[in-house]
Write a protein that binds this ligand. Structure first.
Ligand SMILES: *Cc1c(COP(=O)(O)O)cnc(C)c1O
Length: 394
């Protein structure tokens, strides 16, 4: 066997040994609280479809209409011939919705961050990154060639020390707004104040806040009432918005610069216009039917009070991402399996996605869940906790 293949075979075996080998499950049918996985129906708490829009009739109809009007593919990059009228309309609607001068549509959130950071900073500059940031902020920062400094999670005082020492011409702070594996909210007002004090810039990744936080789901900046030329706001469109894609919003000059220079915008085929049609319907629904955000808040409160007496702590979180920390990788897998036997699907999240010894169940809630479904999960977890106390899990 060639050397590379033996190495990779051994590395895969090591992952298996450490219980870190991932397996994909086969899902059938549309996303929703009831999910068909490997041929069986489960009550699902694993999706980021926070508003229950991924299979909403209004979005389906809009996608169909977009399909009839534009066909399937965009055929070229936006700068050649792929920028359709419906995407233009979507960018205007998104900028207005989040209260920013201008927005640029990207095909995914990963690409948005990978393109935006290197367009803003380069060698000689510096990026400050929260330790729990999403992989694509880290990868984007590394790709930029700027110096990369990690600060402890949400530690504004430590970040200020680092900023005070920096004499780099451009300083960029990058942060998740809602941390994807913990569910807590970044101290955005404090981060912005540091930007103003130290002439730095702030890139906010609102993948889990857009559509969820703030009035009508206008996002984390609206949640705090923040507005500043120093902020670039990245929202993703495959989670609460129910479809796919992302956008970056901010000062019109910055957005024009991204349009010219973000390589993941310039050198990629524009996404199918029918997705933008569906997204316009999603943004409209967020504004006309904000009962979804209220229902989500009710579900979150119900879950948190129901799980308060478990032997495992729930991290503090007012968002639909609720992390039950069990620490041990095998226990996380056993609990996941135990829930699955009861027809409930909650993902176990292990290193390297989260730090060592913080394996967890990541419960994500959707406005499409009912109170009864939350109660079902709560009682199933209590049954498992009792078995665990008697060493009987799986
Ligand atoms: C999901 C996610 C992304 C990536 O967005 P995609 O559109 O799925 O590529 C970026 N940042 C955070 C924090 C995320 O959770």
């Amino acid at each position: 066997m060639p050397e590379l293949l033996t190495q990779i075979r051994d590395q895969l075996a090591a992952l298996q040994e450490q219980k870190l080998l991932r397996k994909r499950r086969i899902v059938d049918g549309p996303q929703g609280p009831l999910l068909d996985v490997d041929g069986r129906q489960y009550l699902s708490f694993c999706s980021n479809d926070y508003l229950g829009l991924a299979n909403h009739p209004a979005l389906r109809a809009a996608a169909q209409a977009g399909l009839d009007q534009y066909g399937v593919g965009a055929s070229a990059s936006a700068l050649i011939s792929g920028h359709t009228s419906v995407v233009e309309e979507l960018e205007l609607a998104l900028a207005e919705f989040v209260g920013m001068p201008r927005a640029l549509h990207f095909s995914t959130g990963y690409m948005a961050n990978m393109g935006t950071i290197p367009a803003l900073v380069g060698p000689g500059d510096i990026v400050f990154s929260d330790r729990l940031n999403h992989a694509c902020l880290i990868d984007g920062a590394r790709l930029s060639g700027a110096q990369f400094r990690v600060y402890p999670h949400a530690d504004v005082a430590r970040l200020e020390q680092l900023l005070a020492k920096s004499d780099h011409p451009r300083k960029l702070i990058v942060t998740d707004a809602v941390f994807s594996m913990d569910g807590d909210i970044a101290p955005l007002p404090e981060l912005l104040a540091l930007c103003e004090k130290y002439d730095a810039w702030l890139l906010v990744d609102d993948a889990h806040g857009f559509g969820v936080l703030g009035p009508q789901g206008r996002g984390s900046l609206a949640h705090f009432g923040l507005k500043s030329q120093r902020i670039l706001y990245m929202g993703t469109l495959g989670k609460a918005a129910g479809v796919a894609g992302a956008f970056v919003a901010g000062d019109a000059l910055l957005i024009e610069w991204l349009l010219q220079r973000a390589r993941t915008y310039v050198f990629t085929t524009a996404s199918p216009p029918m997705l933008a049609s569906a997204l316009l319907a999603a943004v409209k629904l967020m504004q006309t039917e904000d009962w979804r955000q209220q229902h989500l808040r009710d579900l979150i409160a119900r879950l948190r009070s129901g799980l308060a007496s478990l032997p495992w702590p729930l991290l503090p979180s007012e968002t639909p991402v609720q992390a039950l920390i069990v620490e041990d990788n095998q226990l996380a897998l056993d609990l996941m399996a135990g829930l699955r036997e009861q027809g409930i699907w909650v993902p176990a999240i292990r290193p390297p996605t989260v730090p060592k010894d913080t394996a967890r169940l990541r419960i994500s809630l959707s406005a499409a869940h009912s109170i009864e479904q939350i109660d079902q999960l709560v009682s199933a977890l209590h049954v498992l906790a009792n078995n665990y106390a008697g060493n009987k899990i799986a």
